[in-house]
Design a protein around this ligand. Sequence first.
Ligand SMILES: [Mg+2]
Length: 199
Amino acid sequence: MRKLGLDFDNTLINYDLIFYETAREFKLIPKDIKKSKNAVRNYLINKNEEKKFTELQGEVYGSKIINAEQSPGMFEALKFIQDKGYELAIVSHKTKNPIIGPKYNLHKSALSWLEKNKFFDKEGLFMNKNNVFFEPTKEEKVKRIEYIGCTHFIDDLPSILNLIKKDIVKIHYNPGKENLSDNYLKFSKWGKLKYKEIF
Ligand SMILES: [Mg+2]
């Protein structure tokens, strides 16, 4: 069976607005910066407050995630691919708790988001929860991708794709970036993923 493996953070889910709003709530950023995760990170790093960004990440992934948006067009694309006969699996590099700050269970938080967004519903993607994996390190993530027999894998990080063995079709999701490297199949918007050709 053909199996499409999916990264979770920043691939299925779009954190931009939540990062901006949470950073505003904690009074870490001025109002007029761009509403994106990268803009928030760059702002804090430029102020030498990387630790604050790490803490903010814990809040976003732990307690605010439930209100995060889907990557636009993602759900429809996955439905299409599934209808082509692919099994879907999610393989995420995610520690159980944030590195600093409150001890949120990040795995539970991510599962709640998937539930809310109908990944397990009969009327949704009807995925089996046993096909969702959270791995504590990049290396274990890559091992899992290979062990469960993914034939294709989509990730926003080339550093992960670089580690996956050659016979898995690697697809790079790089939201909003039109100039993409040529190393992998790639797309900048789920609506633009040439899934009709790839799958
Ligand atoms: Mg990711």
